[in-house]
Design a protein around this ligand. Structure first.
Ligand SMILES: Cc1cc2nc3c(=O)[nH]c(=O)nc-3n(C[C@H](O)[C@H](O)[C@H](O)COP(=O)(O)OP(=O)(O)OC[C@H]3O[C@@H](n4cnc5c(N)ncnc54)[C@H](O)[C@@H]3O)c2cc1C
Length: 459
């Protein structure tokens, strides 16, 4: 038996399965409370779905996809501060996003420091160049309707319709939806406005743009995503007596006398007083596979959620092609373009772009050549300098299982962190946090899981 797998044990011992943001957040919160934590991650790196890797062709550290956060992601920001990583991010002091269209025309969505929230975005909506004047007024009316909506009181109704249906019922039209509403919901919900629930669509505005001054300011990491969290989180956990086991997969939960008392890793059993499962819902389902009907785990049923894909196109040019850190494109499949040369610390004189395509079912099926042609065609009017530049690399990163879909009805399927099984707690962006699949949801779930564990053990 591998002795490395056995903790010394006097303190209460909790195994956390999964080294994504949910697992790291739970492990840090537990370590802080004096619990002996063992975090087990099946891969050799931390970060889960927010990870970076070294591209063998270029030697550069690339993210699996652009990850941004907003100032309203308070738990994610606190987590980064706790592990000493926040300094490696940039957070706008004032919201400003360039919005281009396929003809190259540019507008701006921004907030002004001279007005209180939510009026601070009003001037930019009234001057928004991708809509006619009447449609701009329409959008303002739509924002007011969202602000007036009590989404918890109306939850059942809002969870039974798509956000598009709701917007159409509230005076919006196809043009305002395409040129403004979907521009914002696509990257936040990673789904089309036709499919995402009205509840989540409304949440995406109420908790950011309409939540208070600066709440929609955009932030991003200046280093690779795994680099951002790995050392800080490891040190935070280990310096409090916890440990991380990397590259080992938990295959089963161990149940003794009606409670979860550990996990099985290969041939080994790691005993614990409690277990937090911080893996996605389908991974959790696999942990339960083959449970006999007489164990308490047979009563646990993970939700039936669906995955939505994101496709990222990493493109290098032999010269600068873009001035702003990012922009979004109306009516175009390229959606968001990030200027990684400006955003990352390892910036070089040339231009590195990351085109991020959400809800990318179509693009996930396209071949690299097709994606390359599409990107060249779409980028030309938006960033004319790309026509004169030579492409130095083109790398496609497809993430078919990026986020769970916030379809109507999904909120009621998301389980709370505490379960009916003694010793078993859940975490993960898909558990009940009130947030869509985001880093914020993951970190929140981890913190809630640690609180649920404390409540279960009466401490
Ligand atoms: C391309 C892309 C772009 C995104 N963009 C954004 C964005 O801009 N902003 C934002 O907020 N969010 C974004 N997200 C979503 C965000 O990354 C996720 O919501 C979040 O990282 C989920 O964290 P998690 O810890 O809940 O799950 P995961 O990150 O999936 O972590 C689960 C971990 O458990 C491990 N694991 C699974 N099974 C086992 C097992 N049996 N034993 C041991 N370990 C196991 C996995 O390897 C993984 O490390 C994006 C996601 C992708 C893929």
């Amino acid at each position: 038996m591998d002795s490395e797998l056995h903790p010394d044990g006097a303190r209460s011992h909790c195994v956390v399965i999964g080294g994504g943001l949910a697992g790291l957040s739970a492990a840090c919160a537990l370590a802080e409370r004096g619990v002996a934590v063992t975090l087990i991650e099946r891969r050799n790196y931390l970060g889960g779905r927010a990870f970076s890797f070294v591209d063998p062709h270029t030697g550069m550290e690339l993210d699996n996809g652009q990850h941004v956060f907003l100032r309203c992601c308070t738990e994610y920001i606190d987590f980064l501060k706790k592990i000493g990583a926040f300094e490696q991010t940039t957070l706008q002091q004032r919201l400003r996003v360039t919005v281009a269209d396929r003809s190259g025309k540019r507008g701006v969505l921004s907030s002004t420091q001279f007005l209180p929230a939510p009026l601070d975005v009003l001037p930019s909506l009234l001057l928004y160049r991708h809509l006619g004047f009447m449609d701009r007024l329409r959008v303002v009316r739509g924002m007011l309707s969202i602000r007036r909506t009590n989404r918890e009181r109306d939850r059942e109704r809002l969870e039974s319709m798509s956000f598009r249906e709701w917007l159409l019922q509230h005076g919006q039209n196809d043009r305002t939806i395409a040129a403004l509403w979907e521009l914002i919901t696509l990257p936040i919900l990673n789904d089309t406005i036709d499919a995402a629930s009205a509840y989540m669509g409304i949440m995406a505005f109420q908790d950011s743009l309409l939540a208070g001054k600066g709440m929609a300011d955009l932030g991003y990491s200046r280093v690779g995503l795994s680099t951002l969290v790995t050392e800080g989180a490891r040190q935070y956990i280990e310096s409090r007596g916890g440990r991380l086991i990397m590259g080992r997969r938990v295959s089963d939960l161990r149940v003794t006398e009606g409670r979860v008392t550990g996990v099985i890793v290969g041939e080994e059993t790691i005993e614990a007083d409690s277990v937090i499962s911080a893996v996605p819902w389908d991974g959790f389902e696999r942990l339960l596979d083959g449970e006999d009907s007489d164990t308490p785990l047979s009563a646990v049923s993970p939700p039936q959620l669906e995955w939505a894909p994101i496709v990222g196109l990493h493109i290098g040019y032999d010269r600068p092609v873009m001035d702003e850190p990012f922009l979004t494109v109306v009516d175009s499949p390229i959606q968001w373009v990030f200027n990684r040369s400006l955003m990352q610390e390892s910036a070089d004189a040339n231009s590195r772009l990351l085109v991020s395509i959400s809800a990318a079912w179509h693009e996930a099926k396209m071949a690299e050549d097709e994606l390359r042609k599409m990107a060249e065609t779409e980028l030309r009017p938006v960033l004319p300098e790309t026509s004169n530049a030579s492409t130095t690399y083109f790398r496609v990163v497809k993430q078919p299982q990026a986020t769970f879909r916030c379809l109507p009805g999904v909120q009621d399927q998301r389980p709370a962190q505490s379960t009916n099984v003694p010793g078993l707690i859940l975490a993960g962006d898909w558990t009940q946090t009130g947030w869509p699949a985001t880093m914020e949801s993951a970190v929140r779930s981890g913190k809630l899981a640690a609180e649920a564990l404390a409540a279960q053990s009466g401490s």
